[in-house]
Design a protein around this ligand. Sequence first.
Ligand SMILES: *Cc1c(COP(=O)(O)O)cnc(C)c1O
Length: 378
Amino acid sequence: MRPTEVIVDLDAIHHNLAGLRKRVGQGRRILAAVKANAYGHGLVAVAHTCVSAGVDMLGVATVEEALELRQQDIKCPILMFAPESSDSAEEIVQHRITATVCEEEVASALSQAALKFGLTAKVHLNVDSGMGRGGLGLEEASEFAEKVAGLGGLKLEGVWTHFPVADQDEQFTTDQIGLFIRCLGKIEHRVGKIPIIHAANSAAVLKYPSSYFGMVRVGIAIYGLEPFEGASKMARLAPALTLKSRIVQLKQVPSGSGVSYGRRFIAQRPSWIATVPIGYADGYSRLLSGKAEVLVHGQRVPVAGTICMDQLMLDVTDAPGVRKGDEVVLIGQQGSIRITAEELAKKMNTINYEVVCRIGPRVPRVYISSRSEKETYL
Ligand SMILES: *Cc1c(COP(=O)(O)O)cnc(C)c1O
């Protein structure tokens, strides 16, 4: 097997969840966002870890993700964030997936499916209080809620909203919380008390206790990554993911030699160039060419030249004693030095979320944990 792998420290996820639990208090629910292959960490193992750590709900983006969890015997409530087409109504109902609805057509398809199978389909409404990405308008939400509440087989379990700038704009977010509360008032006036109200993502959990309501929806922070720069000063986040590989070839090249496509790296001295079997097809972006550093022997060394589809090269001239087979850490810690997803994100002009999400299915995920999967300690 190729020596490239992702190591996921499930204890770190436990640690991060315990910290979040402490912050939001025992009386609230926690939803763990495990969409996008658990932000690249591996859907099923992370979901099991979250459930054993006592989270109350899992959040996914697609029906396929929810079905995968059900197939893997995860019985915990699963909320689908994105609105679905009515085509998947029967699957959603049969597998007891909680759908987010904001269209009548979808609500009635779910209702029909629930009546057909003699089940109750739990649904949540998404209110657009400023995200501008789907969801019900503030004015139409209460009328829609009343319609949903009147449909057979449906239980209106939750109402939620989402923050676009919880990481950066305090005024906007505070106003949004106010708008959401007003809208909730109108909804509850028409249909009675809503069991689960939720709004906060990771950034809001760190910054806005007034946004906690009955449940928080945390994603990036459970993986130990920062929802905004400086977040790890507010919470002790332990990054769970390590991306590593090994040197598979090492050669000395004379001054003037080019390395990789485009010959964008030209050795300015006799150099030692190491080849590592990971490339942009694995999710290690070509945008990092000539910018990224990796860890070898507990020392930073630069990526040399263009990152290829399946391989990249390192200039290890300044790292004495490097041998074929040595470990290369692309994200994570080696010795006392760490390369973070945030560091790579800056170099790619994107966010840490994308850095981990894009690590592809070709890279095996290996899980480490010191505790038994059954243990609950939240
Ligand atoms: C992904 C997602 C979250 C989690 O966001 P983080 O910033 O990762 O904490 C919460 N709510 C919704 C609707 C999401 O899509």
